[in-house]
Design a protein. Structure first.
Length: 80
């Protein structure tokens, strides 16, 4: 489990995407700016596109505790 705050906007006011957040929080799931093949990001059982803005996730998929819960599903070793 990893609990990290994720700012929705940059200091200049630009929106931060899920990919930008994950590249900083979990760099091992990326290679050359792309997510490693087979890795999936899920919230509430749905696959979330990397271009999704964090503010959109907070407004639309936050749980009652106001947290956005993400699951990073890695490919099994037998898939590799």
């Amino acid at each position: 489990m990893l609990l990290l705050p994720g700012p929705a906007f940059t200091e200049a006011g630009g929106q931060i995407t899920l990919q930008t957040f994950l590249e900083e929080a979990l760099p091992p799931i990326f290679e050359a700016g792309r997510m490693v093949e087979g890795v999936e990001v899920l919230s509430q059982g749905l696959r979330i596109p990397l271009e999704t803005p964090l503010w959109w996730l907070q407004v639309n998929v936050a749980y009652m505790d106001q947290f956005v819960h993400l699951v990073i599903r890695l490919p099994s070793s037998s898939d590799a």
